[in-house]
Design a protein around this ligand. Structure first.
Ligand SMILES: [Zn+2]
Length: 262
C-alpha cells in the first residue's frame, strides 16, 4: 500500500485533521521542527480525533539535534528533544519520530556511527521504560557533512532495531542529482514498510540547499519504482506547498494505476 500525506497540517493539527483526511490523504507528519510545543492534552486530543480518520501519523522532531556532538550537554539536549517528541507521539498514536541524527564534524564515519548507535540504544531503552508505543526513525540526510546516507541508516536499523526514514530528495541532493532508484528499491524491499519523505530539491556541491515544489515527472518516477518493486510505503511530501503536492501525487498515482490495469 502507498500512503500519502503532507508535512504539517497547514495550521493547527487539531483544527485541520478533518480537512486533511477529507482531501483523501492517508498520512500526515506533525512538525515539531522548531521545538516540541504541543501540550500533552493536545497530543491526546489529536489521537482521539484521529480514531475516526485513521491517518498514519508521524512526527518530525526538532532540527536542533546532534547525537554525535562533542559536547555532552548538546547530546543530552538532543535526546530530550527526541524523547519529548516520542512522548507526544505516543499520546497521539503516531508511529514514528523522524530526526536528523547528527554531524560527522571531521571524524570518520565509523566513529560517528558508533556514537549515534549508543545514543539510539539509550533512547530506545527510555521509550521502553516509559511504555511508549513509538519507533525512532533517523532520516537520510541531504548533506555529506551530516550522518545518514542510506547504507549507514540500513545498518543502524539492523544493529539497533530502530526504524528509518528515507528522504529521496535528500539522497538526490547528497549525490549531486544522481539517484539510482533500482539500487535503492532493492535495498529497501527487504525492510518492510518504508516511511519516506519527498519533494523537489535544490543542491550545491555541499548537498541540500532547500526543498522545492515537487516536479510531476519526479513524482511519477518515484511512484513507478515503488510500484515496480511492490514497496509498502508512506510518502510525506515536504515541499513548500505540501498539501498541493500531495494532491498532485494522489492524482498521478491514480493515473499510473489506471494505465497498469488497461
Ligand atoms: Zn525529510
Amino acid at each position: 500500500m502507498i500512503r500519502i500525506g503532507p508535512a504539517g497540517f497547514g495550521g493547527s493539527p487539531i483544527e485541520n485533521i478533518e480537512h486533511i483526511a477529507e482531501l483523501g490523504f492517508t498520512a500526515a507528519e506533525v512538525e515539531f521542527t522548531y521545538g516540541v510545543r504541543m501540550k500533552k492534552e493536545d497530543a491526546k486530543r489529536l489521537g482521539e480525533l484521529n480514531k475516526k480518520h485513521r491517518l498514519m501519523l508521524s512526527i518530525h522532531a526538532p532540527y536542533y539535534i546532534n547525537l554525535a556532538s562533542k559536547e555532552k550537554e548538546k547530546i543530552e539536549a538532543s535526546k530530550k528533544r527526541i524523547l519529548d517528541s516520542c512522548q507526544r507521539g505516543s499520546l497521539m498514536g503516531a508511529k514514528y519520530v523522524v530526526f536528523h541524527a547528527g554531524f560527522y564534524m571531521g571524524r570518520d564515519q565509523e566513529e560517528v556511527f558508533q556514537i549515534i548507535k549508543q545514543e539510539i540504544i539509550s533512547i530506545k531503552d527510555k521509550i521502553k521504560k516509559n511504555n511508549w508505543n513509538i519507533k525512532l526513525a533517523p532520516e537520510t540526510t541531504g548533506k555529506a557533512s551530516q550522518f545518514g546516507d542510506i547504507d549507514e541508516l540500513i545498518r543502524m536499523k539492523k544493529e539497533t532495531g530502530c526504524h528509518i526514514c528515507i528522504d529521496f530528495a535528500h539522497i538526490k541532493a547528497r549525490n549531486q542529482g544522481d539517484i539510482d532508484y533500482d539500487d535503492i528499491m532493492k535495498k529497501l524491499k527487504p525492510l518492510g514498510h518504508i516511511h519516506a519523505h519527498f519533494s523537489g530539491i535544490e543542491w550545491t556541491s555541499k548537498g541540500e540547499r532547500r526543498h522545492l515544489i515537487t516536479p510531476e515527472k519526479d513524482i511519477k518516477e518515484l511512484l513507478s519504482y515503488l510500484l515496480k518493486y511492490k514497496i509498502d510505503a508512506t510518502i510525506i511530501n515536504e515541499s513548500p506547498d505540501s498539501v498541493e503536492d500531495c494532491l498532485k501525487t494522489l492524482r498521478i498515482l491514480q493515473d499510473i494505476r489506471m494505465k497498469l490495469i488497461q
